[in-house]
Design a protein around this ligand. Structure first.
Ligand SMILES: [Zn+2]
Length: 369
C-alpha cells in the first residue's frame, strides 16, 4: 500500500544538459489510439520548432490498472511498444512509470508524417461487439463489493492527490459517476467510476460499453476544456492562451436535442453527411433495439444526448454489413480540436492499431522502485 502514491509517476533520472522536456499524461479516458496520436503530434511539433534538439519525454499514466495492479492493455502497449519501441529512436531519453530509457544510438529526427498502427487481423477485442451488445467493462474481474467506493478512493485511483474534481472541466465538487451504469450490471469496482461535476454527470452517456463512456469523457474534455481556466487569474489565462489553450466555453445551450445528437455524431463518432441520409426503417429499429438492450436510465434523465448518439452510432454499425466499411469506420480516431482545424482538409487520417512489435494481452506490473 505504501507504494501506491508512486504509481503512474515517471521513473528514471531527470535529464541533464540542453534539450527539450516533453510531458504527456495518459489520462484515464485516453485509450491507446488517442494517447499515441497526441504524443506523436507533440514530438513532431518539437522537431518542427526546435529541429534536432535532444528530446526527453516524461510519461505519466492516470488509472489504467488491471486486476494485478499492473497496467491495463492500453497503457502497457503505450509504454512498452509505442514509447519503448516506435518512439524511442526519435527521443534522447524517456521516463515512463515502468522504466527510464535512454537512446544510446543517438536521436533520429526524420519523423514520419503520419502514424499508422495496424490492428492484428484476427483480434476483434479492440472494439465493442455491436452484434451481441454485451456489457463491456474496462475491469476484467471486478471487485465483489456491494457499495460504491468513496470519492477519495476514486480520486486516489486517478492520482488526484488533493481535492477530487471533474475530469472534464476541473470544477468542484465532483460526483461519482458510474462508467457502466448499475442498471446494466456495472460493478462497484473503483475502475467503473469517473469523477464528474453535476453538469457533466447529467450529460455523460449511460451505456454498456466502458470504452464508449471514456471516449465521451475525452471528447467532452476537448469540447469544454476552456472552462478549466474560468477561475484562473488574468495572467494565467493570458499564458494559457499564448500556449494555444482555448479560454472560456463554447455555448451549446441553444442547441435542441436532435441538433445536439447530430453534433455529437459528427464530432465524437465521425459521421459524415452521407451517413445522415441513410435513415431507414431498419436503422430506426436497430436504434431502439440498442437503446433497450445496451443503455441505462439515470436519475430519470431519459433523453441524454450522449446516450442516444452512442445508440445511433452502434445502430449504424449493426445495419452495415460490409466488414471492410465497418473496420474503416471503427479505426477512425477523432480528436475534436484537430477535427475543427482540419475540417477543410477532408476526413481524419485513418490509423490502425497495434502490431508495432509484439501483440497480445500481456500486461505490465509497475516495477518496485
Ligand atoms: Zn465538469
Amino acid at each position: 500500500m505504501k507504494k501506491r502514491k508512486r504509481r503512474g509517476k515517471p521513473n528514471g533520472r531527470a535529464p541533464v544538459g540542453e534539450g527539450i522536456l516533453l510531458y504527456h499524461d495518459m489520462a484515464v479516458y485516453e485509450n491507446f489510439e488517442r494517447c499515441t496520436q497526441r504524443m506523436f503530434q507533440v514530438i513532431k511539433r518539437a522537431q518542427e520548432q526546435f529541429p534536432g534538439k535532444p528530446r526527453h519525454l516524461l510519461l505519466r499514466v492516470q488509472g489504467h490498472l488491471n486486476d494485478e495492479g499492473g497496467f491495463d492493455r492500453d497503457a502497457w502497449e503505450v509504454i512498452k511498444h509505442f514509447v519503448g519501441g516506435f518512439l524511442m529512436p526519435y527521443l534522447t531519453s524517456a521516463s515512463t512509470p515502468i522504466a527510464g530509457l535512454e537512446n544510446r544510438k543517438g536521436q533520429r529526427n526524420d519523423l514520419p508524417d503520419l502514424l499508422n498502427v495496424i490492428y492484428p487481423g484476427d483480434d476483434d477485442s479492440f472494439w465493442y461487439d455491436v452484434d451481441q451488445l454485451p456489457v463491456r467493462p474496462r475491469e476484467i474481474s471486478s471487485d465483489v463489493r456491494k457499495t460504491p467506493p468513496t470519492k477519495e478512493a476514486i480520486a486516489d485511483y486517478l492520482g488526484m492527490s488533493d481535492d477530487a474534481c471533474c475530469l472534464v472541466c476541473w470544477h468542484r465538487p465532483a460526483e461519482r459517476a458510474h462508467v457502466v451504469p448499475s442498471s446494466l450490471g456495472g460493478s462497484m469496482d473503483v475502475r467503473n467510476f469517473a469523477l464528474l461535476c453535476a453538469e457533466h454527470h447529467r450529460e455523460a452517456p449511460d451505456i454498456a460499453d466502458a470504452e464508449g463512456f471514456w471516449a465521451w469523457v475525452d471528447y467532452a474534455e476537448m469540447r469544454d476544456r476552456g472552462s478549466k481556466w474560468e477561475g484562473a487569474s488574468d495572467k494565467v489565462r493570458e499564458l494559457a492562451a499564448r500556449l494555444g489553450e482555448r479560454i472560456g466555453r463554447v455555448d451549446r445551450s441553444e442547441a435542441d436535442f436532435m441538433e445536439a445528437v447530430k453534433f455529437e455524431l459528427i464530432h465524437l463518432y465521425g459521421w459524415e453527411e452521407a451517413d445522415f441520409t441513410r435513415f431507414s426503417w431498419e436503422l430506426y429499429e436497430e436504434y431502439h433495439r440498442v437503446l433497450d438492450a445496451a443503455t441505462g436510465k439515470h436519475f430519470g434523465v431519459e433523453n441524454k444526448v450522449a446516450t442516444h448518439a452512442w445508440a445511433m452510432d452502434v445502430a449504424l454499425y449493426r445495419v452495415e454489413k460490409d466488414p471492410e466499411t465497418r473496420l474503416r469506420r471503427r479505426a477512425k480516431v477523432l480528436l475534436f480540436d484537430t477535427l475543427k482545424e482540419d475540417s477543410d482538409r477532408g476526413p481524419q487520417t485513418v490509423r490502425i492499431r497495434d502490431a508495432l512489435a509484439e501483440r497480445g494481452n500481456d500486461s505490465g506490473r509497475p516495477q518496485e522502485a
